[in-house]
Design a protein around this ligand. Structure first.
Ligand code: GLN
Length: 461
């Protein structure tokens, strides 16, 4: 047996053993073995030769179903494969599984899946974060070294923080969205989970670069694999005061304090900065993203994709109503309603246009801070460690507020990474580093230095 097919067997055994997490929606040993055979037959070993990678189930491949964890796409198999996946395969990676998620990537806990919630790998009573919770849990549990998720507004950084792994959201336009099921097209980014900054960087490097199939990719060469910085001398690291509220969880605050000290020990220059429009990021995101979602999800009408439910009247309207009414879960229906409302005549100016204006102010806040000579920003990724299952499902706004520290970056299109920087009562805490647009490589180079200096498995208090 080749080393690759052995790796495929071991990955399959770990996937089977991880079943209680409910982190996967589709995988099979047959497909894994076929991936190994394909990699072994490649004329030369690629940079990711034999690396098993899991994909969030909103990234399409022709070999497996893509459901977005929704009943409405049950049984759907895409006729094409996402560009990012094609590039990973060409680099020798093996696609291991499709992972569970919040339905259509809407959520922050992976409780809004039509196929059951994902459990946190450390504490089964808690959530792994979301919406890419299945991918985060698989990496945290050591099942795969890396996995893809998607970010519209924090869906990789937030679960990475909850699960204690690295989660990297690239600059908008760095990685092709071709084959990522659209949620909020002006925000969506394929993003990466890794056990380490290095693994996340290797995977991102392979996927990055322009793609004629996605006009929003930037015409710049792929990102090189970042080399970790030896120290942080000469770098100014800003702490935005809006991201350190007085009521920040004590364990999170302690872990961030320790991270800041490590940055200073490595010669980094810490300064306080302000991003004054931060309080508007969550409300702005929850207007822009649902508006785009309402438009993008109009295509699931029972005619072309997935499941079709003929209604009682037997006509086309009844088909739409029944397919969409039964096929979408409650959170997706709520988003479509919100999005339709903010786009409707009479409300468009008050909500949607206003939100676009505020979005520009939020992006400007970052630009001003970076223009003033700050190289990177350091913030907590989330206000608390992983919360309990069921804690926020009855109150959508409390769920939305789990994204307070991650939404603004998405609205501004910037690259950001969440790193595990310690434990709070045994639960992982993440620190977020944010860089100027398209400085993904420099971001990861600095993150690797911090990763080396801050222990992720030690209580912060
Ligand atoms: N939690 C956010 C939402 O529910 C972000 C989702 C995402 O990034 N896909 O919309």
């Amino acid at each position: 047996m080749s080393a690759t097919s052995e790796a495929a067997r071991e990955t399959g055994a770990r996937l089977a053993a991880a079943a209680p997490l409910n982190a996967t929606l589709h995988w099979s040993q047959v497909l894994l073995d076929a991936e190994a055979a394909r990699v072994d037959a490649m004329p030369s070993a690629g940079p990711l030769a034999g690396l098993p990678i899991a994909l969030k189930d909103n990234i399409v491949t022709i070999e497996q179903p893509t459901t977005c964890a929704s009943r409405i796409l049950e049984g759907y198999v895409s006729p094409f494969t996402a560009t990012a996946v094609t590039r990973l395969r060409e680099a020798g990676a093996m696609i291991a599984a499709k992972t569970n998620m919040d339905e259509f990537a809407m959520g922050s806990s992976t409780e809004h899946s039509a196929f059951g919630r994902v459990t946190h790998p450390v504490d089964a009573g808690r959530v792994p974060g979301g919406s890419s919770g299945g991918s985060a849990a698989l990496v945290a549990a050591g099942v795969v070294p890396a996995a893809l998720g998607s970010e519209t507004g924090g869906s990789v950084r937030q679960p990475a923080s909850f699960c204690g792994v690295v989660g990297m959201k690239p600059s908008y336009g760095r990685v092709s969205r071709y084959g990522l099921v659209a949620f909020g097209s002006s925000l969506d980014c394929i993003s990466v989970f890794g056990r380490s900054v290095h693994d996340a960087g290797r995977v991102l490097s392979v996927m990055s670069g322009p793609d004629p199939l996605d006009a929003t990719t930037l015409d710049r060469p792929p990102m090189p694999v970042p080399s970790p910085l030896a120290d942080l001398r000469g770098l100014r690291i800003g702490l935005p005061r809006e991201y350190y509220p007085a009521d920040l969880d004590a364990g999170v605050a302690a872990a961030l304090r320790r991270t800041r000290e490590a940055v200073q020990d490595m010669g980094g220059d810490i300064c306080e900065v302000s991003l004054p429009h931060s309080p508007y990021a969550v409300p702005t995101y929850y207007i822009v993203a649902p508006a785009e979602a309402a438009a993008n999800l109009a295509r699931y009408d029972g005619v072309r994709y997935g499941s079709r439910k003929v209604g009682p009247a037997g006509d086309i309207h009844s088909l739409y109503r029944t397919t969409r009414g039964e096929g979408f879960g409650a959170e997706v229906r709520r988003r479509i309603l919100m999005g339709t409302y903010v786009l409707s005549a009479g409300y468009y100016d008050a909500y949607y246009r206003k939100a676009q204006q505020v979005r520009a102010l939020i992006a400007d806040d970052f630009r001003q801070v970076f223009d003033s000579g700050v190289d990177l920003l350091l913030t907590p990724t989330t206000p608390t460690p992983a919360f309990e299952a069921g804690e926020k499902t009855e109150d959508p706004v409390s769920m939305y507020l789990a994204d307070v520290f991650v939404s603004a970056v998405s609205l501004a299109g910037l690259p950001a990474v969440s790193l595990p920087v310690g434990l709070s009562d045994g639960l992982p805490v993440g620190a977020q580093l944010i860089a100027p647009f398209f400085e993904d490589e420099r971001l990861l180079a600095a993150a690797a230095a911090i990763e080396r200096a801050v222990p992720s498995d030690v209580e912060a208090r």
